[in-house]
Design a protein around this ligand. Structure first.
Ligand SMILES: C[S@@+](CC[C@H](N)C(=O)[O-])C[C@H]1O[C@@H](n2cnc3c(N)ncnc32)[C@H](O)[C@@H]1O
Length: 311
């Protein structure tokens, strides 16, 4: 149950060390956290440090049963070797009780670096769950092979030769659905923030925050970013009618986040992808996963089909 302390911070950007601020929040009060820590002190955030293990334990304590933490992280290369910090952090989250629900990839363009290796093009998005995940509103994409026959190998008939067809003739054949759940590699453009630039060195894309928020939470849930930087998660939570709590140690960044969130209003289906997360059999609604499977719940307004290509 949400308590006084959690209520106190609801819809606020709090300036302070997240470890101390989270210590003042109630257990089991947060539905979803979407955050990105300083990567191996890769960038200078005004010289602040952070205590990973303490933060991980606090996140576990304040997350509701079935709630989710999305931890977006990459590694630095030191003395010719990647640090592996991201893996160590994921394993530590498991050690303290989280399920590693999914290891997702944030695929991005970061420009040539001229190292003796292939260019770095991704970061990890560890999706951590406290017990059985309580909410999943899957984003749907169009299927490339919609309308063609297939067997359960997922191959189209045209991909089989005659002999293979005969061998498989007894098999139950199905039509390919028009839509399927999107894959776990998310290509996100971070080159601009819809025309806005913020004075922070490591802003993640609004769409990244948006898509996690609509996937792992419902309207009126509470979404936390304990290292909120310029406030991307909080902005997208507000736009999607979620409550937000942002914590940021730097007074300057906290102020940027506050200004950014204040200028934001509820905007249903911001990226026009609502239609992509519907199961064809349930037009006009989203689905949540409970202990017993999928449940229908409140419809959200649907605005068009979105511009995502077939996959
Ligand atoms: C990778 S950035 C987050 C950027 C954010 N996702 C955005 O889109 O703007 C990490 C942030 O964590 C903040 N930070 C570092 N240690 C912190 C701590 N102990 N408590 C709160 N914030 C902290 C840094 O100042 C920095 O702004």
């Amino acid at each position: 149950m949400a308590t006084k302390e959690a209520m106190k911070y609801k819809n606020e950007i709090v300036q302070g060390d997240c470890l101390e601020v989270m210590a003042g929040m109630d257990a089991d009060s947060i539905d979803l956290t979407v955050t990105s820590p300083p990567y191996d002190n890769l960038r200078e955030y005004h010289g602040f440090t952070f205590n990973f293990e303490g933060i991980a334990k606090e996140l576990y304590r304040i997350t509701k049963s079935g709630g989710v933490v999305v931890w977006v992280v990459g590694d630095q290369t030191k003395n010719g070797s990647e640090t592996g910090t991201s893996f160590r952090q994921a394993l530590y989250f498991k050690e303290i009780g989280f399920n590693l629900h999914d290891t997702m990839i944030y695929y991005k363009w970061s420009g040539p670096l001229n190292h003796k290796r292939y260019e770095q093009e991704f970061e990890y998005m560890f999706v951590l769950a406290k017990g059985n995940i309580k909410t999943f509103n899957p984003i749907m994409v169009n299927c490339k092979y919609y309308g063609k026959d297939s067997d359960r190998t997922g191959q189209t008939y045209s991909q089989h030769n005659e002999k293979y067809r005969k061998i498989r003739s007894g098999i139950d054949r199905t039509n390919i659905n028009p839509r399927r759940i999107r894959g776990n590699v998310w290509k996100m453009d971070n080159s601009s923030q819809r025309g806005e630039r913020y004075d922070h060195p490591a802003i993640f894309p609004e769409k990244l925050a948006n898509d996690h928020i609509i996937s792992w939470s419902n309207e009126e849930d509470t979404v936390l970013d304990p290292m909120c930087g310029s406030g991307t998660t909080c902005k997208m939570a507000k736009m999607n009618n979620r409550n937000y709590i942002g914590i940021e140690v730097s007074a300057e960044y906290a102020e940027i986040a506050r200004r950014r969130v204040e200028a934001t209003h509820y905007q249903p289906d911001l990226f026009g992808i609502c239609g992509h997360r519907l199961f064809p059999s349930f037009p006009g609604c989203t689905l949540s996963v409970g202990h017993s499977g999928f449940h229908r719940h409140q419809p959200r307004p649907v605005r068009g089909d979105g511009g995502e290509g077939a996959e």
